[in-house]
Write a protein that binds this ligand. Structure first.
Ligand SMILES: Nc1ncnc2c1ncn2[C@@H]1O[C@H](COP(=O)(O)OP(=O)(O)OP(=O)(O)O)[C@@H](O)[C@H]1O
Ligand SMILES: [Mg+2]
Length: 350
């Protein structure tokens, strides 16, 4: 199937020169990026990584210092591209005295939508972002942060763009709002809309993005599908269990690659499912309790921390190595920071 590149960024750099800064600040370096039609692309990176700078360049709000590219087949910032794209800025500001309805009507008219069609679109779009009906006729100055965010998202969608570029769209949304928004993005995708969204809340992107790009200090350090990036080691198993201290525990301990005692019981890792099954059989036969048995999966969060810390330490980025689950520190909250080291069976108290 032929798919079109709706965003194509080639070797883009941006250096800020300002009187306030003592020296030029390089915000982006040699950025190459493309987003295909119909995909949800997550643009990730910590504060100051250059996400907003990239988005502003795509829209033509600022110019790149070097490089080139296209959005919807047109050069950055062209009016023709803007007609077919929806944009949510990182902190949207609105005319305070307009109501949500008035703001959307205003935006709709700029896109040439009028009359009954406009009225219907305004209500439909506000429904899509779950903005309470009784709030729609109130001035925006009386809105909460999350309500304003919903209005901003609605304004980006009203004219049914082919491509939406959203800078931190989940900002200010509560967990319910985030879920609504995630679902909305999936509906948009099913309608054929291409979505480019930035975030540093990885969870928000993890389950919906087809591909992600990870930006750090102006460099794209990773780009690809989540399954590629999070390459799952599907032979690796995690086991959580409870067992009386004694001979069985001593017997099984050497079979683990790693075993620690946490307040939630013993937590072990085994690099081979058959061996893991044998261990579990022994645990159950001795009257122990199995609390969890699952394949280890690297979360995007873990991967992200690994990548960023790797960059900071100036180590070369080796996706093949970095993505290996064994090299990724497990940030599991319920592990209550149990030390990660293998206990030998001599250390296991009987
Ligand atoms: N107008 C400007 N003048 C000087 N430096 C700027 C300007 N705009 C951005 N920068 C710098 O460029 C870098 C990238 O900023 P940018 O806003 O793109 O980051 P970001 O990834 O969007 O971060 P955040 O997650 O905080 O929104 C930062 O170091 C920032 O200070
Ligand atoms: Mg930003």
């Amino acid at each position: 199937m032929h798919s079109e590149k709706l965003i194509d960024v080639r070797d883009v750099g941006k250096t800020f020169h300002s009187k306030l800064l003592r020296r030029p600040h390089v915000a982006l370096q040699s950025l190459d990026l493309s987003v295909e039609e119909g995909e949800i692309f997550g643009f990730l990176g910590p504060n100051g990584a250059g996400k907003t700078t990239t988005i502003k360049i795509l829209l033509g709000l600022i110019r790149s210092t070097s490089g080139s590219g296209q959005v919807l087949g047109f050069p950055f910032g062209s009016v023709a591209a803007r007609r077919s794209l929806g944009f949510l800025p990182d902190s949207p500001r609105f005319y305070r005295y307009l109501t949500a309805r008035e703001l959307l009507r205003f935006g709709g008219k700029l896109h040439g939508i009028v009359g009954a069609e406009l009225a219907r679109r305004v209500e439909d779009t506000l429904d899509r972002v779950h903005l309470a009906e009784d709030a729609r006729g109130r001035a925006l100055w009386s809105y909460s942060r999350g309500m304003l965010q919903r209005v901003g998202i609605a304004a980006a969608l009203l004219h049914r763009p082919r491509l939406v570029i959203l800078d931190e769209p989940m900002n200010g949304l509560d967990p319910i709002g985030r879920n609504v928004f995630r679902d909305l993005l999936l509906v948009l995708k099913s309608e054929g809309v291409t979505v480019f969204l930035s975030s540093h809340v990885l969870h928000d992107i993890e389950n919906i993005a087809d591909r992600v790009g990870i930006l750090n200090e102006g460099h794209l350090i990773q780009c690809g599908s989540l399954s590629e990036i999070l390459a799952v080691d599907d032979r690796h198993v995690e086991i959580r269990f409870e067992i009386e201290r004694g001979s069985v525990l001593r017997e099984i301990t050497p079979s683990f690659d790693e075993l620690v005692l946490s307040p939630q019981g013993w937590f072990g890792q085994v690099g081979d499912p058959e061996r893991a099954t044998r261990i579990v059989r022994k645990i159950l036969e001795s009257g122990g309790r199995l609390l969890r048995f699952e394949r280890k999966r690297v979360s995007l969060e873990e991967f992200f921390l690994q990548q960023i810390s790797g960059e900071r330490a100036n180590t070369p980025t080796r996706p093949d190595v970095a993505a290996s689950p064994r090299n990724v520190p497990r940030a599991e909250a319920d592990q209550t920071r149990a030390p990660r080291r293998k206990r030998t069976h001599e250390e296991v108290p009987s």
